[in-house]
Design a protein around this ligand. Structure first.
Ligand code: NAD
Length: 507
């Protein structure tokens, strides 16, 4: 987390002074939505209405797509020299960092994200990803084929054209950057539809882009609802690609919309129910438990790769459960605007109710939690939720099977590695996994056997920087498909063309 320079009082004063303006940003300026319907966005920490947003409609989307189409077709972006495009994107990312406090505050207020975490997103994570995309432009190579000397045959990765992007609320700014940076770096133009819960930072981002020198029409943002704006974007015949992050159910709907319209290709980053598998040789169970909690409870558990299923070898089950309960107890909801807060409320009352219903359904089919207060769930009126830990609920229990997207850890035990692998793969999802063992042969077998897009084998809870965004990864099963990282992430936003020159022989 980034150390916030402002204190709680200063953030509160700034929060009171925010001038909310969450309108469509199309062709370089804020516009009025065509839709009359409006909805309120509330601060989940207080329940207070922050501002109202138009629900948006197909006319808003049509205007934004027309703007992106014109900007793509006239070459004001795709026709730029690569050095110029990179310089403009770098200026854009610098401007995001310069306005990180404003951007972080918007995210913090709209979804209750602790301000220190929101600052980390704006000052560290977003620019890190954005800069990786800018650097990757130089690695988008085609190949030259081996041919007769009179033939020159090569492949070129061209931008797809107009990209439609739809994002969720859990990391509003980061999710926006993860779509915008690779799409623009590869030479596309974009229409972004952020989550209805948290659209303010995305609209601000579009303004920052134009102020930083990106031509108008290159980055357009249409706030609004999924069933209005999202649906219209996914069904639009002039959108050349749809890049989505969100739930598996919505992702599958979008596949239908894409198929029923122009057959646009999709990149889908959907839900997860990722495991942390702990073998008996794992070192220092206290450190392991703290690390598992950090991975499962970060952002109040509202993270797609949250390791929310703990799968533990039976000989250490009691010890690990005890350590997990102790570690999870430390996560207590605080005021998101207090820089010392590391754990806030859930993103909305609706998200709280969804998580509550799943917890009650799971508990009613199994038994009570080892940590967590079920009675507090019936009386509570806000969005705060302290962590729950459940053990031995069984593999049919909804808390084992379904993504809660809240602070809930479920634990099951195994005796052999084969059973561990079966439990790890006992899910409709396949995003991520962690395997705790010092036996690297066992770790290798597990890493290759787990059907997920990323697996970390840990002999230690020590923190390393790791590879950043250099390596590609791709969801399995219900978690979607297509890579957003690595050079392959940029490549997702391009399409191959084969070009041949057949030239005359010298006489
Ligand atoms: P969601 O699917 O409800 O909404 C995501 C986006 O889709 C929002 O912008 C929403 O307005 C839009 N949408 C909803 N219905 C639509 C429709 N019918 N047509 C078009 N657009 C529609 O998801 P959420 O609740 O915002 O986010 C939580 C989900 O996102 C979780 O499942 C989580 O795992 C997933 N997620 C995945 C990743 C990843 O990288 N794999 C990252 C973050 C979140």
């Amino acid at each position: 987390m980034v150390e916030a320079v402002l204190d709680q009082q200063a953030w509160r004063s700034r929060a009171d002074a925010v001038a909310w303006d969450v309108r469509p940003f199309v062709d370089g300026a804020l516009r009025e939505s065509h839709a009359a319907e409006r909805f309120a966005v509330r601060d989940p920490a207080t329940g207070a209405v922050l501002h109202e947003v138009a629900a948006g409609d197909a006319r808003d989307v049509a205007a934004a797509v027309a703007s992106a189409r014109a900007a793509f077709d006239d070459g004001r972006w795709s026709g730029l020299g690569v050095l110029t495009r990179k310089a403009l994107l770098e200026a854009f990312i610098d401007a995001v960092v310069a306005q990180a406090e404003e951007l972080a505050l918007l995210d913090s207020l709209e979804i209750g994200k602790p301000i220190s975490a929101a600052l980390f997103d704006a000052q560290v994570l977003s620019p890190m990803f954005g800069r990786f995309c800018v650097e990757s432009v130089d690695r988008l190579f085609g190949v030259v084929a081996n041919t007769e000397p009179e033939v020159l045959a090569f492949s070129v990765a061209e931008p797809r054209g107009v990209v439609g992007a739809i994002t969720p609320w859990n990391f509003p700014l980061v999710n926006a950057i993860i779509k915008v940076a690779p799409a623009l770096a590869a030479g596309n133009t974009i229409v972004l539809k952020p989550s209805e819960l948290a659209a303010a930072s995305a609209v601000r981002l579009a303004r920052i882009a134009v102020e930083a020198g990106l031509p108008p029409g290159v980055l357009n943002v249409v706030p609004g609802l999924g069933r209005t704006v999202g649906q219209a974007l996914a069904s639009h015949d002039d959108v050349d690609m749809l890049s989505f992050t969100g739930s598996t159910a919505t992702g599958r709907l979008l596949m239908r919309s894409a198929g029923a319209s122009n057959g646009k290709p999709l990149l889908l980053e959907c839900g997860g129910k990722s495991p942390a598998v702990v073998f008996a040789d794992a070192d220092d169970l206290g450190a392991v438990a703290r690390h598992i909690c950090a991975e499962a409870l970060h952002n109040q558990g509202q993270v797609c790769v949250s390791r929310s299923r703990v799968i533990v070898q039976d000989s250490i089950k009691g010890a690990l459960l005890e350590a997990l309960v102790e570690a999870a107890r430390a996560y207590q909801p605080g005021d998101p605007l207090d820089p010392a807060t590391g754990f806030g409320p859930l993103a909305s009352r609706e998200q709280w109710l969804r998580a509550r219903d799943l917890i009650l359904a799971g508990a009613s089919q199994g038994h009570g939690p080892v940590l967590g207060d079920l009675t507090a769930l019936s009386s509570h009126g806000g969005a705060d939720m302290a962590p729950f830990v459940f053990s031995d609920l069984g593999r049919d229990n909804p808390l084992w099977r379904e993504e809660v997207f809240g602070p809930v850890i479920v634990l099951e035990s195994f005796s052999t590695p084969v059973q561990a692998l079966a439990l790890a793969n006992d899910t409709a999802y396949g995003l991520a996994a962690t395997v705790w063992t010092r036996d690297l042969s066992l770790g290798q077998a597990m890493a290759r056997g787990i059907r997920a897009g990323e697996v970390t084998v840990r002999a230690t809870a020590a923190e390393y920087e790791g590879p950043g965004f250099v390596l590609p990864q791709e969801g399995r099963k219900g978690s979607g498909f297509g890579s957003e990282t690595g050079v392959e992430g940029l490549r997702s936003y391009t399409t191959w063309k084969k070009v041949e020159f057949h030239t005359a022989r010298l006489a």
